[in-house]
Design a protein around this ligand. Structure first.
Ligand SMILES: CC(C)(COP(=O)(O)OP(=O)(O)OC[C@H]1O[C@@H](n2cnc3c(N)ncnc32)[C@H](O)[C@@H]1OP(=O)(O)O)[C@@H](O)C(=O)NCCC(=O)NCCS
Length: 173
């Protein structure tokens, strides 16, 4: 079955913060390596997203959402506030899609939209890292990201136990 969805920058609204928090909690619960440990409290998730959307309002990042109707099914963040000597670089972060909506091209569409947002701001070098175990290396490699290497024992998995992180980059032009 095909899913129709649209992608839009997210704004600071209570429903959006709640939907982002649900998405993050579910992602962590299912082993997604996105900086947090399981179980993730709703308040902690909401506090993270409030701060993230405020940072977007300040122009330091772009937080994109994928919607099926009014329902938030995925999100990705483009971090823009690189140091002054890296004005051409941005970083992909917090890529996640609701468990039931995975495998339908939403992750790919979010990445494409993030690239468009980067190019619009003359950011032509994208970097990211993803967990070696249960990460999204396959998605990034299919999207043309080049693997740089692995930092072993970089982070804890959501349920505990260390995993390495894989560093990637992509030049957009
Ligand atoms: C990673 C994630 C965002 C992918 O979202 P998705 O909507 O399922 O991805 P898509 O359906 O657009 O997949 C696009 C392609 O990448 C591949 N792919 C997606 N996730 C993959 C993964 N984790 N490992 C390997 N390949 C993957 C798909 O097979 C698909 O290939 P195809 O186009 O040849 O069919 C989703 O699995 C997720 O939320 N994971 C948990 C959080 C996480 O690990 N995020 C990454 C943090 S760096």
């Amino acid at each position: 079955m095909t899913t129709t969805f649209h992608i839009a920058p997210l704004v600071y609204e209570p429903e959006i913060i709640a939907a982002l928090s649900d998405l993050l909690i579910e992602t962590v619960e299912h082993g997604g390596s996105v900086s947090f440990m399981h179980p993730l409290e709703e308040q902690v998730a909401a506090s993270f997203w409030k701060s993230s959307i405020n940072s977007a309002i300040a122009g330091e990042r772009v937080v994109l959402g994928a919607f099926e109707g009014a329902y938030l099914v995925g999100s990705v963040t483009l971090l823009l506030n690189c140091p002054p000597n890296q004005p051409h670089r941005a970083e992909i972060a917090k890529m996640m899609v609701r468990v039931k909506h995975r495998g339908k091209g939403i992750g790919r569409a979010l990445l494409k939209a993030a690239e468009e947002q980067a190019l619009r701001r003359d950011k032509w070098l994208l970097t990211l890292d993803t967990a070696e175990e249960v990460g999204a290396a396959g998605l990034y490699e299919k999207f043309g990201f080049q693997k740089v290497g692995v930092i072993p024992d970089f982070a804890l998995k959501p349920a505990g136990g260390l995993t390495g992180t894989v560093i990637y980059y992509k030049k957009l032009n």
